[in-house]
Design a protein around this ligand. Structure first.
Ligand SMILES: [Zn+2]
Length: 259
């Protein structure tokens, strides 16, 4: 049994056939899902889906790309919903920073500020974090440690598999492994994967993005976590069923939820 710990089921690309997408996943043994927050305007849809399906949960959070729409009061209003199990996805993304040095620093500072506020929110409500890190390993690591985020822990998106981020497993953080691990150019992640303790691994799609090989370019969906699990069991040289059991236990431990 697999839980897709990160899929944007409230994305417009699932509007037409969401029920089939979910059914396809359930039929393939993907028995639970977590919808992370990103754009606050899409939160009501996430709540609606989580209320309809027993094993689907959501998180409240604002993605760094949507930082201008950040509203702490709005997140706090929904965090006590019984199906809200985390805060995120929040974090730092330095992939498309402005050229101008002053603007660049201002953007970084603004991202850090809302990241800090979301870490604080997670601590106040004792929810784990779903953390988005892209080209910002050092600043993310510093922010998480400075803000004492290890009190609640969380899961990192493995965009840039960096040895620096491996540090965080000593502080209660998990690693969400997704379609990237199947990419032919994912050498770094493939090398780092065996260094991550087994009890810190989670599985995710980031659907509709980052579709695994051989479906790259198509819409991603939770069903494809099966391809991620296959690849992980191959790299780590453990039986797929054993891997699933370990990852399921990790998922339950981090999110304090019995999927
Ligand atoms: Zn995401």
């Amino acid at each position: 049994m697999i839980i897709d710990t990160h899929c944007h089921l409230n994305d417009k690309r699932f509007e037409k056939d969401l029920d089939q997408v979910i059914e396809r996943a359930f039929d393939a043994g993907v028995k639970g899902m977590i919808i992370p927050g990103a754009d606050p305007a899409e939160l009501p849809k996430a709540i609606e889906i989580a209320e309809e399906y027993e094993n689907i949960y959501f998180a409240v959070g604002v993605h760094p790309y949507d930082r201008e729409d950040f509203d702490l009061t709005y997140l706090e209003k929904h965090i006590t919903h019984p199906k809200c199990i985390a805060v995120g996805e929040c974090g730092l993304d330095y992939f498309r920073l402005p050229e101008d040095p002053k603007e660049k620093e201002a953007e970084k500072a603004a991202q850090k500020e809302i990241f800090r506020q979301q870490i604080d929110l997670a601590k106040r409500y004792k929810k784990p974090l779903i953390i988005h890190i892209r080209d910002a390993s050092k600043d993310s690591l510093d922010t998480l440690l400075e803000e004492d985020a290890s009190k609640v822990g969380g899961v990192l998106h493995c965009y840039n598999a960096s040895p620096l981020l491996l540090e965080l497993n000593k502080h209660g953080f998990y690693y969400g492994i997704g379609g990237v691990v199947t990419f032919k150019n994912a050498k770094k992640l493939v090398e780092i994967l065996p260094e991550i303790p087994l009890e810190k691994l989670l599985i995710e799609t980031d659907a509709p993005y980052l579709t695994p090989h051989p479906h790259r370019g198509e819409r991603n969906e939770p069903f494809y976590t099966t391809l991620v699990a296959d690849k992980m069991s191959e790299i780590l040289d453990i039986e797929r069923s054993e891997l699933e059991d370990i990852v399921l236990a990790n998922t339950r431990r981090l999110f304090k939820t019995f999927f």
